[in-house]
Write a protein that binds this ligand. Structure first.
Ligand SMILES: Nc1ncnc2c1ncn2[C@@H]1O[C@H](COP(=O)(O)OP(=O)(O)O)[C@@H](O)[C@H]1O
Ligand SMILES: [Mg+2]
Length: 366
């Protein structure tokens, strides 16, 4: 069963929380809703769940228009940041609770709850009270409780936000495993780009209630549609340099750029990993090292390049020090161009001919 949203909007006394969203979530897919706080992620989940009805637009589960169908009848499982477990009930009774509400016979409810406890790997803890569990274990209980009704759609609203960094990593792998084992369609809300990129089949990145881009995680990282998307993804973040138009060509510092469009402002996006240490003669940028951070297998340099400050990930073997002068080359095919006024991505002439399947003269002669 695919889930389809058609021109869905939600307005709260003048505030448009969700703005004309049209998208399809395919059966069995895990889709992340990503974006900064206040961009409308939770409102989207509430609309999918039926706890809110949209101000306009329609929601379909398969062929059925469910826009006016109430939450209890949609077959939804929900998991929240704060677990929302019943503290006075045992883990097993917590998981069984939704079945009790549905008046499922006790023996069957017990068996189904135990199946879920095994699925989320807390079957050895079912007699405990939630207060006797770690945060990660409590979240496992909440997931088991959400799945025990065999919902058609699992909605998770920042489920990992209350966990420490290591548990967050472990639980996001677990959520992916459980989602795939059950084969359930899931929508996972997070403001953490790394979480979204790592866990999902597809990411929808929102800003001010509008979906900016809806694509495969790696595609979004490599081919962002605008500067907002480019900046929201990636840690350390992408460098955005201002080009200047001098003597009929675009330049960054002294370096000419093979970009020929006429624009008022040109921004150049380069991810830190797309720089490399280079000989002075053919370098793209020259800068003075202001910070060095070695984190595991990466060395992150912060460089003062005159007008610009730049982050570059380089070979940790290069024996560099603060105040060293460094020359950077750039992987040309990874450079992103943005219209500085609108933030929209602009394809360079070369990228355009590539998309059209035309070889440029330059490439022919290379
Ligand atoms: N029940 C509500 N009443 C009024 N405004 C709301 C309500 N829920 C959300 N909003 C507003 O809608 C916008 C989106 O909120 P929300 O969906 O909670 O964002 P997110 O989950 O991405 O942080 C915000 O401006 C928020 O203040
Ligand atoms: Mg929220």
């Amino acid at each position: 069963m695919d889930i389809r949203l058609e021109n869905v909007s939600m307005v709260f006394n003048g505030v448009t929380a969700v703005n004309q969203v049209t998208t399809t979530i395919k059966e069995g897919e895990l889709v992340s809703l990503l974006g900064p706080s206040g961009c409308g992620k939770s409102t989207m989940l509430m609309l999918l769940s039926g706890l809110y009805q949209p101000s306009s637009g329609s929601i379909y589960f398969g062929d059925k228009n469910v826009t006016k169908v109430e939450a209890e009848k949609r077959g939804i499982g929900m998991v929240f940041q704060n677990y929302a477990l019943y503290p006075h009930l045992s883990v097993l009774k917590n998981i069984m609770f939704p079945l009790k509400m549905q008046k499922v016979p006790k023996q069957e409810a017990l068996e189904r709850a135990m199946d879920m406890a095994r699925l989320v790997q807390i079957d050895h803890l079912v007699d405990r009270k939630p207060g006797q569990l770690s945060g990660g274990q409590q979240q496992r209980v909440a997931i088991a409780r959400a799945l025990v009704k065999k919902p058609k759609l699992l909605l998770l609203d920042e489920p990992l936000s209350n966990l420490d960094a290591r548990l967050r990593l472990e639980m996001r792998e677990e959520i992916r495993r459980i989602q795939q084992e059950v084969g359930i369609t899931a929508v996972f809300v997070t403001h953490d780009q790394e979480e979204a990129l790592s866990i999902s089949d597809r990411v929808m990145l929102m800003k001010d209630g509008i979906i900016q881009q809806d694509s495969h995680p790696q595609e979004m990282y490599r081919n962002p549609v605008n500067e907002f998307v480019a900046k929201f993804l990636g840690n350390p973040p992408i460098n955005v340099l201002q080009a200047s138009f001098v003597a009929n060509e675009w330049k960054v510092g002294e370096h000419s750029i093979s970009f020929t469009d006429t624009l008022q402002q040109l921004h150049i996006g380069i991810r830190p990993e797309d720089f490399y240490l280079e000989e002075e003669s053919s370098a793209f940028l020259r800068g003075r090292v202001t910070h060095i951070e070695t984190i595991g297998r990466d060395t992150l340099l912060r460089l003062d390049c005159g007008k610009e400050s730049v982050r570059a990930l380089v070979d940790p073997e290069a024996n560099l020090h603060v105040d060293d002068i460094v020359h950077l080359g750039v992987k040309q095919d990874k450079v992103l161009y943005f219209n500085g006024e609108t933030g929209e991505r602009v394809l360079s002439g070369k990228e355009r001919s590539y998309h059209l399947g035309i070889e440029t003269d330059m490439e022919k002669h290379a």
